[in-house]
Design a protein around this ligand. Structure first.
Ligand code: SF4
Ligand code: ZN
Length: 368
């Protein structure tokens, strides 16, 4: 009962934020953005390109407020339908401008679930598949979807139109902890749904990518490390192929941005990212994400001004090599902020519910 009350009150905060968020003028025939990052494909260091389609946004956000750390909706039409031909035009235009020679990995993201007909019309999705199929240099293509849209029909469609390429589907599992997923994040799906989708992907030889957060809202740094480590182990135990560890970053118009504004949240330290990797990188393939969003976050994982750029390079290097040597080198780095991090791990013992209650009290008083 108490948990339900917390959940409803947090959902109300998310809804308030959405009502106040700006509506942008959006050109639906141009993509939102794209970027290139380093990666690994079949043990080779490669580049991957990430295309952010301009989209109508995530249905979970439109129907249920969305997840507490996600501000993608501001860059979308927020439920207003986009013509299939506009989606295809966006995609055709951008792929005609890209030289894929050195970027065999292509990520196509739509600020939601690519496999949901309400978010990506079936005819547009098929056209995009057909275009991808003609790009010889692309060896692996990655889409994202909530697990409930990963169905036999959608998998058959994928395999019918994309041939001779590796396919990967990313799902935001976020954590193995039901309370955090349900209450702190308002994620709205249960583990069984994820397991069903995972089984289907496996049966069809499609790679599964699981996003695991580092430091969801209301969680202290020490517990956050434990939660990520447990969640990664749990996901690999359940058969996930690849993990993207996502140190939480802060986008505008999110519950987490309000927490930050009230001094109740600090983005995870990069020390913690490497501590999680130290304890998990031998179990399976892990990438470090948390930067690749549209609209771009205004704060990402960080240590201190003196060592941030060095540590961001360590992340880049890890993503290109998956090497434990990079992890050890990062953790052996000398910087004054390491002491602060260790003290924080030692001293911040706040409980999740205590943190939620504290936030709600302040927020509700302020907005009365
Ligand atoms: S994190 Fe994914 S499921 Fe949650 S609101 Fe954002 S796009 Fe939707
Ligand atoms: Zn530092």
């Amino acid at each position: 009962m108490e948990d339900l009350d917390l959940k409803e009150r947090l959902k109300k905060v998310i809804n308030d934020i959405h009502v106040k968020a700006p509506h942008l003028n959006i050109n639906t025939t141009e993509i939102a953005s794209y970027e290139t990052r380093g990666g690994i494909l079949n043990k080779q260091t490669i580049k991957r390109i990430i295309i952010y389609l301009r989209s109508s946004g995530c249905q979970w956000m439109i129907d249920n407020g969305g997840c507490s750390m996600c501000g993608h909706f501001v860059g979308t039409t927020r439920g207003k339908k986009i013509d299939s031909k506009d989606y295809v035009e966006q995609f055709k235009k951008i792929v005609s401008e890209i030289d894929f020679t050195e970027t065999p990995m292509l990520c196509v993201y739509n600020a939601g679930s690519f496999l949901n007909d309400n978010e990506m019309p079936d005819d547009a999705r098929v056209e995009i598949y057909k275009i991808i199929n003609t790009i010889d240099k692309v060896k692996r293509v990655i889409f994202e979807s909530r697990p409930e849209y990963i169905t036999e029909e959608k998998i058959n469609e994928l395999k019918e139109y994309i041939k001779d390429k590796e396919i990967e589907i990313g799902m935001g599992i976020e954590t193995s902890n039901e309370f955090i997923r349900d209450i702190c994040l308002n994620k709205g799906f249960k583990v069984d749904e994820f397991k069903r989708a995972l089984k289907l992907l496996k049966e069809n030889s499609i790679f599964s990518l699981g996003y695991i957060l580092l430091k969801p809202p209301f969680i202290n740094e020490k517990f956050a490390i434990e939660d990520s480590v447990n969640s990664i182990k749990w996901a690999f135990d359940n058969g996930i192929d690849i993990i993207s560890l996502e140190p939480v970053s802060i986008q505008e118009n999110t519950l987490i941005s309000i927490l930050h504004e009230l001094n109740l949240y600090r983005t995870p330290r990069i020390w913690s990212v490497f501590e999680v990797l130290r304890r998990t990188s031998n179990i399976g393939t892990i990438r470090v994400g948390g930067f690749e969003f549209f609209p771009s976050p205004f704060l990402c994982t960080s240590n201190c001004e003196k060592c941030d750029s060095k540590f961001l390079k360590f992340i880049e290097e890890y993503n290109k090599t998956n090497s434990i040597n990079v992890v050890n080198e990062a953790l052996d780095t000398k910087c004054e902020c390491k002491k602060e991090w260790l003290e924080d791990l030692e001293n911040d013992n706040t409980e999740i519910k205590e943190n939620i209650n504290k936030f709600l009290e302040i927020y509700e008083r302020r907005n009365r």
